[in-house]
Design a protein around this ligand. Sequence first.
Ligand SMILES: CC(C)(COP(=O)(O)OP(=O)(O)OC[C@H]1O[C@@H](n2cnc3c(N)ncnc32)[C@H](O)[C@@H]1OP(=O)(O)O)[C@@H](O)C(=O)NCCC(=O)NCCS
Length: 169
Amino acid sequence: MADIRPATLDDLDAIAAVHRAAFGRETEANLTIALHKAGRAPISLVAEDDGTVVAHVLFSPVTIEQGDDGKALGLAPVAVLPDYQRQGIGHALIEEGIGACFVADARAIFVLGSPVYYSRFGFSKASAHALHDAYESGNAFQVLPLTVDGLGDYRGRVDYAPEFAAAGT
Ligand SMILES: CC(C)(COP(=O)(O)OP(=O)(O)OC[C@H]1O[C@@H](n2cnc3c(N)ncnc32)[C@H](O)[C@@H]1OP(=O)(O)O)[C@@H](O)C(=O)NCCC(=O)NCCS
C-alpha cells in the first residue's frame, strides 16, 4: 500500500501529472496548481509508492449562502494514476483526507461525485439539508458533517473556490 503524506509545493508537477493521466485532460491539473498557488489548498495529500507520487486529493474552502462560518471544505479533485487504480489507494487517501479535515476543525465536507462511491465514506445527498451546488447536480452533490452539531445553520447554495469556475469545472 502506498504511503500517504501532506503535499508540498515541490510535489506540484508530480500532482499535476497524476491528474492529467487520471482525467485524460488538463483541467484538473491546472485547477490543482491554481488552488495551491492561491493558498486555497488547506488539505492536500499525496500517496507515494517507492518515492513516486501516484495519487492526490485536495480539499479547498467553499462558501455557503446562509450560515457560513468558514469551516466547510470541498473535496476535489481526487485522482489515482491509472496503473494504481482499484487497489484501495483512492479510498485510503480520501479517508486520511477526511481525518485531516476533522483535525483542521472543519465542520463539513462537500463533494460532487458518484453517490455509490462517496456513500462509503458517509457522504449523503446535500439536498436533504436544503443545500445545493451551482450546477444543479442533484443527488451527486453530497455532504459529510464532521461535528456533533452537524451542519449548523448551513442552507442554500454552496460555491467552490473561484479557481473552479476559472478552470471550467
Ligand atoms: C475515482 C478514483 C479516485 C478512485 O480511486 P481508486 O484508488 O481507483 O479507488 P479504490 O481502489 O479506493 O476503490 C475502488 C472502487 O472505486 C470505484 N471506482 C474506481 N474507479 C472507478 C471508475 N473509473 N468508474 C466507476 N467507479 C470507479 C469502484 O466502485 C471501485 O470498486 P470495485 O473495484 O469494487 O469496482 C480513481 O479511479 C481515479 O483517479 N479516477 C479518475 C479520476 C476521477 O474520476 N476522479 C474522481 C472525480 S473528482
